[in-house]
Design a protein around this ligand. Sequence first.
Ligand code: IPM
Ligand code: MG
Length: 368
Amino acid sequence: MKTFRIAALAGDGIGPEVMREAIKVLRAVGKRFSIGFQITEAPVGWAGIDAAGKALPDTTLELCKQSDAILFGSVGLPDRDPTIPKEQRPERAALLRIRKEFGLFANLRPVQLPKALAHSCPLNADRQGGGIDILVVRELTGGMYFGQPKKTEDLGSGQQRAIDTMVYTTAEIERIAHVAFRAAELRRNKVTSIDKANVLENGVLWRDVVTRIGKHYAAVDLEHMFVDNAAMQLMLKPTQFDVMLCENMFGDILSDEAAALAGSLGMLPSASLGATAGDQTFGFYEPAGGTAPDIAGKNLANPIAQILSAALMLRYSFKLHDAASAIDLAVARAINAGLRTGDIFNTADANAKRTGTREMGDAIAEGI
Ligand code: IPM
Ligand code: MG
C-alpha cells in the first residue's frame, strides 16, 4: 500500500476545528480506497509563535520538506498583531514565506455555485444563469507581494513614505499563463486574462506575454479584460467566465469577490502548486477564507473549504482522482441533504437544516 505523507498545519482561529473535519474525511477516504495517509500535525501562525517563538517554527518547516504535500488551515489574528513587528506576523513570516520557499507560483481557486445553494448567492437567479463555475488562476510568488523595494521610510516632521513594488518578469508570466491555458483545455476552453494595461507597465508586459503563450493553445479562446471591468463583470455576468488568469494582487481581490458568488468564502478551497518534477507536484492546500476569530472554537465554522482543499490535494499532488471525486460527491450529498453551517444558511430555503462544524464533517465522512 502506498503511503502519502501529509503535513497538516491547522494554524489559528477556526483552523484547528476545520482541519479536524478534513482529517476525519481523509481517514474515511483512506479506509474506503485502502490508501495510507501519514498525517503529521505541526503548529504554524500564532500557534507557532506560542509553541516555538516563530510563526513558522524550524521543525514545522522541516516537516513540510519531508512531506508529499501540505494541508494548511489558516493563520493570522489581527488583535495580536500590535504585539510583534510586521515582518514576524504569520501572514508574512509563515504563509508568504512558505509560498516563496516552495516556489508555489500557481494558485488555483475553483469557484462553483451548487444549484442547492442558489439561495446563498447574492445575485438573482437570472444572473446566476445555468450555474457559476469559474477557475481563478492566481500568480502567487510575484507582483506587489514580493517586489523590492518594499519598505516604509521616515521623511521627518511626522511624515512617512510606504513603498511596494510591482514586478513581473517574462518567465514568471509565461509559466502561470501555461497553467491557465492547460486548465482551460480541461474545462470550457476560455481564458480571460486580467490586467491593468491601460496604466501599468506590468499590465502591458502581462498582456503581451499571455497573448504570445495563447498562440500555443489553438483550441482556447483568449480574452483580455481590465481588472476594474472584471470586478464589475463578475457581478453583472459571472457565467461569461471560465478560467480567469490574474497576477497576485488582482487574483487575491477577485477570488474573494468570486467566492461570494459561490455562497460563501467558507466553500472555497485552493491549491498552490510549484513546478512539476516527474510525476510529482508538490502542493499546498488551504481554504481561501481566513481565521474568522469571531466564530473560532464555537463549532460554527464551515469545514467544507478545508475538506475540498484536501480533495484538491488528492487530485493534484497524489493523482488519486477517484478518491478526490468521492470527497466532492460526499460534500455535494451533504449540501443536497440540506445541511448548512451559518454562512450558507438561508431561511428562504425550506430544505435547509442548520448544522455545526463537527456535524457537517461527520456527514461528509459518512458520505465517503
Ligand atoms: C489569501 C489571503 C492571503 C493573501 C493573506 C492572508 C496574506 O488573503 O490567500 O488570499 O493575501 O494572499
Ligand atoms: Mg485573499
